[in-house]
Every structure is written in structure tokens, then in C-alpha cells.
Design a protein around this ligand. Structure first.
Ligand SMILES: C[C@@](CO)(OP(=O)(O)O)[C@H](O)COP(=O)(O)OP(=O)(O)OC[C@H]1O[C@@H](n2ccc(N)nc2=O)[C@H](O)[C@@H]1O
Ligand SMILES: Nc1ncnc2c1ncn2[C@@H]1O[C@H](COP(=O)(O)OP(=O)(O)O)[C@@H](O)[C@H]1O
Length: 290
């Protein structure tokens, strides 16, 4: 196998609750995760030099050990004492530092790809156990689809697939650090918690109306406090036919859910023309697991 091509898909959080804080500073979460049909493209090649070479189309991303694809490759190459190297070409399309797990999904794709290329024989579960050392969202990115994520995000329960719908993504021209958002959250002062159990029931009942009704993210307050533009984009989406709109993960990306394609397309055109929106895409939910 000379070259392996992979897609690293983005996620949104349909619901995000924080239920505690651990000794090590990480937060205990309850999140409803959903993969969307938006992706980075990755190509991996074996090389004879014992090196990890990373090339990306974004000049501001690291191409050294700070890139999550490098970390993922190194983890398996070291553990299995692989005597060859890899050259990784990463074409980024998922907005960076945006709450869409772009880096985590790239890392997940590399773990899957290297396991296959070098015939390491790791199961999906074994890959997930390694993935969480790179980032809390990596195990989910290995799994894909609709899922409940607990613990720090690594304890996964697969759910029935989210009903088919269109997802409008809009990122304002700011980047948000996940670490800072969690750092600014006062976990013991959250007065209202999202109804994650109600959302699970709605997912199991294939009930899109109730799912969107229950969309809530406790990290929104922290990020919107600093960047009110997020609230403005949410309102714009709702005013233009979204069933509901919310910030994904630690932000700042906002997503809107639409059941009607014509409405979604019209909203996309309006949002895309707004100068406060730097990147916008119209996509849909993706429900195939790995
Ligand atoms: C907020 C979420 C929601 O899906 O996603 P993003 O906004 O990053 O996409 C996740 O919880 C993020 O997961 P991920 O981005 O993989 O986190 P990591 O790289 O492991 O951690 C980055 C930093 O976030 C904080 N962190 C992360 C996860 C967690 N459950 N509690 C935390 O407190 C920690 O301070 C950590 O140093
Ligand atoms: N492959 C990668 N893709 C994106 N960001 C990466 C990658 N590797 C390292 N990073 C660094 O990780 C940070 C967060 O990345 P990203 O996964 O896009 O954010 P989020 O977790 O909010 O979705 C970025 O600031 C970037 O410098």
C-alpha cells in the first residue's frame, strides 16, 4: 500500500453539560455528539527514513510535534517500534480552534490509517484507548455518528442515528482556546443544566423537534460573554429559518439545524454575505460509524 487517503470528519455538540471538575483540572461532561459531513483530507505515505513529515495547506498550523497528526503517528510508531517513517499531507477544511474537533478528527484518522498501513491489528477499542492520550474528543472521532460522551468525553455510548437534517456552520473571525474556556467556567456555579437525558430520549424516538428544543451548551455563556458576535450569529440563523442554533463545543462556531433544504440554502446565502462571518458552510449530519 503506497498511499492511504482518509477523510477526517468534523463534529458538533447537540448538547453539552459539565457535571463536575476532576483533580487534574479536566471537567466531567455529558455531551451529545454528532458527526457532520464536513472534512479534512489526509494522505499518508510510508517512507524509508525514520521520520514523521507533515505538510499542511495552512501556513499557521504547526508541522512539527505540535500538530496532532504528528502526535498520533508518533504514538503508534514508538509503541510498535516501527522501523520506517510516514509522510502526512493534511488538507484542512474544518475551521481551526473552532469547537469542531478538527485536530482531534485528524489524529483519529492517523491512528486508523497507521493501524491499517502497518497491519498493527489494533481493535477500534484499543485505538480509542490510545486516542484519549492525544485529546478528549479523539475516541469519539474514531467512533463517529450520534453518541453520548461522558467522563472527559471518552466514555461513549452509541445512540440511534440523528434524524436527517441540514447543518449550517458559521464561524466568526475569532479563534477560541478550549483550555481557556474550560478554565473560565465556574463548574460549581452552573445554575441550569441542559436536559441531556431528554435529548437522548428524543434521539431514540427519532424526534427532531424535541432534539432541537433541548439544544443547550453550558460553555456558551463563557464564550459569548467575551464574543457577543456568537449570539448575533445565532439570532441571524433563527431569524432565517433554523429550527434552532447553538455554539458548538467551546466555540466560536455556531451551527443551525434545518429540516428544509431550500430554507437552509437561503439562510446560508444571507449568513455567508455577513461581514462578521469569516467561514460558512452548508452541510448535513453524517451517521456511518467506523
Ligand atoms: C469542548 C469540547 C466538546 O466536544 O470540544 P472542542 O470545543 O475542543 O471541539 C471537548 O470537551 C474538548 O475536547 P478536546 O479539544 O479534545 O480537549 P483536550 O485537547 O483533551 O483538552 C484541551 C483542554 O481543555 C480542557 N478540558 C478538556 C476536556 C474536558 N473534558 N475538560 C477540560 O477541562 C483542559 O484544560 C485541556 O487542557
Ligand atoms: N491537525 C490540526 N488541526 C487543527 N489544529 C491543530 C492541529 N494540530 C494542532 N493543532 C492546534 O490545536 C489547536 C486547536 O485545534 P482544533 O482541533 O482545530 O480546535 P477545536 O478543538 O476547538 O475543534 C489549534 O490552535 C492548533 O494550533
Amino acid at each position: 500500500m503506497e498511499q492511504l487517503k482518509l477523510k477526517a470528519l468534523a463534529k458538533i455538540n447537540l448538547g453539552l453539560d459539565v457535571v463536575g471538575k476532576r483533580e487534574d483540572g479536566y471537567h466531567e461532561v455529558r455531551m451529545i455528539m454528532q458527526t457532520i459531513n464536513m472534512y479534512d483530507r489526509i494522505a499518508i505515505k510510508k517512507i524509508n527514513e525514520q521520520e514523521i513529515k507533515v505538510k499542511t495547506n495552512l501556513y499557521y498550523l504547526p508541522n512539527n510535534e505540535n500538530n496532532l497528526v504528528y502526535k498520533a503517528a508518533k504514538l503508534l510508531i514508538d509503541e510498535f517500534k516501527i522501523q520506517q517513517g510516514v509522510s502526512i499531507n493534511l488538507e484542512k477544511y474544518i475551521p481551526v480552534a473552532a469547537g469542531m474537533a478538527g485536530g482531534s478528527s485528524d489524529a483519529a484518522a492517523i491512528l486508523i490509517g497507521i493501524n491499517k498501513m502497518f497491519k498493527l491489528g489494533l481493535t477500534r477499542k484499543q485505538l480509542m484507548e490510545r486516542g484519549v492520550r492525544i485529546g478528549a474528543d479523539v475516541p469519539y472521532c474514531i467512533m463517529r455518528g450520534t453518541a453520548l460522551a461522558e467522563g472527559i468525553g471518552e466514555k461513549l455510548t452509541p445512540l440511534k442515528p440523528m434524524p436527517k437534517c441540514y447543518v449550517l456552520i458559521a464561524k466568526p473571525g475569532i479563534s477560541v482556546s478550549t483550555k481557556l474556556v474550560y478554565g473560565n467556567l465556574k463548574a460549581d456555579e452552573i445554575s441550569h443544566h441542559p436536559d441531556i437525558d431528554g435529548m437522548i430520549e428524543a434521539v431514540n424516538n427519532n424526534d427532531l423537534t424535541t432534539i432541537v428544543d433541548k439544544m443547550e451548551n453550558v460553555l456558551e455563556g463563557v464564550t459569548i460573554n467575551e464574543y457577543p458576535v456568537i449570539e448575533e450569529i445565532k439570532n441571524m440563523m433563527k431569524a432565517n429559518g433554523a429550527l434552532n442554533a447553538m455554539m458548538s463545543g467551546s466555540g466560536p462556531t455556531v451551527f443551525g439545524i434545518f429540516s428544509d433544504y431550500a430554507k437552509a440554502k437561503r439562510a446560508f446565502q444571507i449568513i455567508n454575505a455577513n461581514p462578521q462571518v469569516k467561514q460558512s458552510y452548508l452541510t448535513s449530519v453524517y451517521n456511518n460509524r467506523r
